[in-house]
Design a protein. Sequence first.
Length: 94
Amino acid sequence: MSTGINITTQQLEMAVICAMGSGNNGISTSQQQKDEATNLLNQIRESKDGWIQALALLTTTTRDDTKFYSLTVIQDFLGRTAGASSRLTKDDIA
């Protein structure tokens, strides 16, 4: 991937799980770990090619929270390129 962030799809999915605090499968995460995961996800979201990593994640994950993150990254990219201002919410994909 050319986002400048060297991370695998599996690592990205784990960052989403950690940041969203949903279904950590019994794994305890500190506030610092959540903050680091959130910062990483924001860097990917804001990067020029982050949508490519989000698309790869979307096509491999089975988790709803991870799909949601991926879709919002792609939506943000499309909004930046087309000037759109609407944004998905979790209720839109339920």
